[in-house]
Design a protein around this ligand. Structure first.
Ligand SMILES: [Zn+2]
Length: 363
């Protein structure tokens, strides 16, 4: 079974207003799920608009993360109050929680991303973390959201840092899917990989422009927020589990085990993981283009104020066995690192991390 995309999507300015008649057709009593204090005004607007359309909405906040504790608590609220849909309005953690809750309660999910930081508004996937943000596992869901509302006016209110994070996460699509899946003889997977290549090119060409000139009339900005929030999701939907994540996300998951909770965004960590993946490819798979890719990515990432080293993520890899801790989690049995077409052991990860931090290998 494969769910390629949300059933219906509204995009552009005022997508929320355009979506309202459709939303009223599928729900009477939605719960609006959010988290950040910064998105409260938007969630209050969503609440008021739903009220004005004669629905009975309620607001609820995640206390921690997309974690089992919050999910159990909110599941209880939804069941007790008989809510018949989840409207997840926020960033990746909120969207993932909303999709997961809707799945286990068998009610529709409407995703309303409030930043371009991830493609979680699109995908049939939820990443589960601990209360303090340590990655546990990802869960494949039966379907993508029922309705995706990608309102540019909403997304415009998000800090530019979230866009930079979304760019790093979307860039990883090409580098991860092409290395894990190019040998797969499946037309759809091949096409998904090529979409991720075009996506990468657009991010490299327009990413900086979009980051610097955020305004609703800026075509680069519009293209890039949709690349991060929509196209990156389409690649996952079309390519399915064969179009897999690889080292960049595996290293991200490991870094979340030791990083200060909630200090960095998903894509900010994935970006560093991506640079380390390329170095692994260079050393272990004789990828002669990897160093050039690293240079190209570092240049863009610096312009986007993204971290490019573990030190910039607040981690000293020469202390507290940190390099070993990252290597252990990266190489655990169920890790995506093993989707790489070459063998990787813990010592390789430690070596690459330490060399990278010391910049022994010239960028
Ligand atoms: Zn990601």
């Amino acid at each position: 079974m494969q769910s390629i995309s949300p059933e219906i999507m509204f995009r552009g300015n005022n997508a929320w207003e355009k979506a309202l008649p459709q939303i009223t057709k599928i729900t009477n009593s939605p719960i609006i799920l959010g988290r950040s204090i910064y998105t409260l005004d938007l969630r209050n607007k969503i609440f008021k608009d739903l009220k004005d359309h004669n629905l009975n909405p309620d607001l609820v906040d995640l206390k921690f993360d997309c974690c089992y504790e919050d999910i159990a608590r909110i599941k209880n609220i939804i069941s007790t109050k008989n809510h018949d849909s989840v409207i997840a309005a926020g960033g990746g953690k909120v969207l993932d929680s909303g999709k997961y809750l809707a799945e286990i309660l068998d009610i529709p999910c409407i995703t309303v991303p409030l930043s371009a930081s991830t493609c979680a508004g699109w995908t049939a996937l939820s990443n589960i973390y601990t209360k303090s943000g340590q990655f546990i596992k990802d869960i494949a869901l039966r379907s993508c959201p029922k309705i995706l509302v990608y309102d540019h006016k909403f997304i415009q209110t998000a800090p530019s840092r979230t866009l930079a994070s979304g760019i790093a996460d979307a860039l990883a699509k090409w580098y991860e899917s092409s290395i894990t899946s190019s040998a797969i003889d499946d037309g759809l997977v091949q096409q998904a990989i090529q979409i991720s290549r075009v996506l990468r090119d657009q991010l490299l060409i327009d990413g900086e422009k979009a980051f610097k000139f955020e305004s609703e009339n800026n075509q680069s900005w519009r293209n890039i927020i949709e690349a991060c929030g929509l196209t990156a999701g389409l690649v996952g939907g079309l390519g399915g589990e064969k179009c897999r994540t690889a080292a960049a996300h595996a290293i991200h998951n490991a870094i979340t085990q030791i990083i200060s909770p909630n200090k960095f965004l998903h894509g900010e960590i994935v970006g560093v993981g991506l640079l380390l993946q390329l170095r692994l490819e260079e050393i272990k798979n004789n990828n002669k283009l990897a160093n050039q890719s690293i240079k190209q990515l570092v240049e863009l990432m610096q312009k986007l104020n993204l971290p490019t080293t573990l030190a910039q993520l607040g981690i000293n890899v020469f202390e507290n066995q940190n390099a070993n801790k990252i290597a252990d989690f990266t190489c655990r049995e169920e890790s995506e690192i093993h989707f790489l077409p070459f063998e990787i052991c813990k010592e390789d990860i430690v070596e690459v991390i330490e060399n990278f931090e010391q910049q022994k290998i010239k960028i």
